[in-house]
Structure formats: structure tokens, C-alpha cells
Write a protein that binds this ligand. Structure first.
Ligand code: HEC
Length: 248
């Protein structure tokens, strides 16, 4: 007599467990997506800080620029707060678990790039030093990716630097982004049966970028590359992030 209710009970229990599990899977998927977005935002914050300090970095009359890794870190944390409303140094509750660890490592990699560049940045008598948002971003992304299962890369359809060349997936998404209205949120997608998150955060050209990427198309810029003939607001490329489910 007790057999039937028992079966029903265990079936019910199984159902509850299954639901809880898929609920968990969903929250951790959402958390991974948020982590990707925050990583892209942090790399972008570093790019913005380099862009804002470009006149200082390129000043041939000054030796020591005072653009030290610590100064850079403070500016990046401010910019990150401005973009994400998160104080990376203090808050922990507003983060998905593991996001803080990855963000801290990206911040460290970014600081190392600035530390490695001190000699170049502090040279007197030289204006353009090839320390620009793109070189900073590529180097920080590479340093970070070397030590992690999570990878970050800057890419674009027709790259100046072939190391930034898009893979097949990135190429498809970049083509899609180029035909969409500008957006600051990344495109995220789970591929490989939900085992890999791919996120692409678009970067657009601002006025500052056009001295090198603008017109006249084909004419060499100060860095020695031919200009792309780009206009303000056009898609410049994307920050591409891959997070495997078992990245820990
Ligand atoms: C001083 C000239 C200069 C300025 C200003 C400049 N760039 Fe670049 N950009 C370059 C160079 C040089 C590279 C290739 C860097 C390398 O060798 O990795 C590049 C590369 C890039 C890339 C990576 C893809 C590739 O082609 O390799 C992106 C994206 C990019 N720039 C966007 C921008 C944006 C957005 C701005 C403005 C915020 C900007 N750039 C400002 C010179 C410049």
C-alpha cells in the first residue's frame, strides 16, 4: 500500500532535483555572460585611459611622464567604475563568483604592460612611441590569455596587425556588427553544445582615432600603416572573449 506513494514521492524528488540543477546551470550561464561583459569593459577602460593620456605619452619635451603602473591603475579603476558602476577594489557582492579573480588578473596584466613600457613612455625627444590603445590592448589581452583558460583578443575584419586577424566565428559576428546600429553591450552566444561562451564587444571609431584610421584612405599615418578611410561611429573592431564552462 505504501509502494505507490513512495514511487510518486521519489519521482517528485527527482523532478525537483532536476529543476534545481537546470536552474543552477542557468544562473551560472548568466554569471559567465556577465563575467565576459565585465572583462571586456575592463580592457576597454584601459584602452580609454591610454587614449586620454595620448598627448602626455607622445610629448617629446617631457622625460618622466608620471604615467606609472599605479597611476594607470587608479585611472583604469575610475573608468571601470564610470562604465560598470562597480568598485573593483572594494565590492565583492556585486560580482559573479570567479569574476573578481579574472578581473584582478586582467588588471594585473594591464599594469604589467604599462610597467614594461615605462622606458619607452619616458623617453625624451621622441613623439610617437607606438604606445596606443591598440598596442596596449593587444598586449594586455595576450598576457592575460597566456595564464588563463579564458582568452581575450582584439580583432577586426581587415587587421593592421595580422595577430589580430579574426577566426571564422569572429569574422561572421564582425560582419553582423558592422551592419547594426552602434551598441555598447556585447553579443554573447553559447556554442559547442553550451560548453563555450563567446562574447564580442564592439569598438567604434571616435574623432581621436581618425588621425590614423581616417582619411585620406591609403595614405600612411604616423605609425606607418595606410589609413582605412574610416568615419566617426563606424565599427573599428571588437574585443573577443572566450570562456569555457570548465575554466576554473
Ligand atoms: C597613432 C595612430 C593610431 C590611433 C590614433 C589609433 N590607432 Fe588603432 N591602430 C593603430 C595601429 C598602429 C594599429 C596596429 C597595432 C598593432 O601593431 O598591434 C592599430 C590597431 C587597431 C585595432 C586592432 C585591429 C588591427 O587592425 O590590428 C583596432 C580595433 C583599432 N586600432 C581601433 C582604434 C580606435 C577605436 C582608435 C581610437 C580610439 C584608434 N584605433 C586609434 C594606430 C592608431
Amino acid at each position: 500500500m505504501l509502494l505507490v506513494p513512495n514511487i510518486i514521492l521519489s519521482l517528485g524528488l527527482m523532478l525537483i532535483l532536476l529543476c534545481a540543477q537546470s536552474g543552477l546551470a542557468q544562473t551560472s550561464q548568466k554569471e559567465t555572460e556577465r563575467t565576459a561583459e565585465l572583462l571586456a569593459t575592463l580592457l576597454d577602460a584601459g584602452r580609454v585611459v591610454v587614449e586620454q593620456n595620448q598627448p602626455l605619452i607622445n610629448d617629446p619635451r617631457r622625460g618622466d611622464k608620471g604615467f606609472s603602473p599605479d597611476v594607470f591603475e587608479r585611472l583604469v579603476l575610475d573608468e571601470f567604475f564610470h562604465q560598470a558602476q562597480i568598485d573593483l577594489k572594494t565590492s565583492s557582492s556585486s560580482f559573479p563568483p570567479h569574476a573578481k579573480d579574472l578581473l584582478t588578473r586582467l588588471l594585473l596584466a594591464s599594469k604589467e604592460v604599462v610597467a614594461d613600457a615605462q622606458f619607452v613612455i619616458n623617453q625624451r625627444g621622441i613623439g610617437y612611441k607606438n604606445f596606443i590603445p591598440a598596442t596596449f590592448g593587444s598586449q594586455a589581452a595576450r598576457k592575460f590569455s597566456k595564464q588563463s583558460k579564458v582568452t581575450i583578443k582584439q580583432t577586426t575584419l581587415d587587421p593592421r596587425n595580422l595577430r589580430n586577424a579574426p577566426d571564422a566565428y569572429e569574422e561572421t559576428v564582425l560582419k553582423r556588427l558592422a551592419h547594426q546600429p552602434a551598441s555598447t553591450s556585447p553579443l554573447v552566444e553559447w556554442i559547442d553544445d553550451g560548453r563555450l561562451l563567446r562574447a564580442m564587444m564592439p569598438i567604434y571609431y571616435s574623432e581621436d582615432c581618425l588621425t590614423c584610421h581616417g582619411s585620406p584612405k591609403g595614405m600612411l599615418d604616423i605609425s606607418g600603416y595606410p589609413r582605412e578611410g574610416a568615419q566617426v561611429g563606424e565599427l573599428a573592431g571588437a574585443i573577443s572573449i572566450q570562456i569555457p564552462v570548465d575554466h576554473r
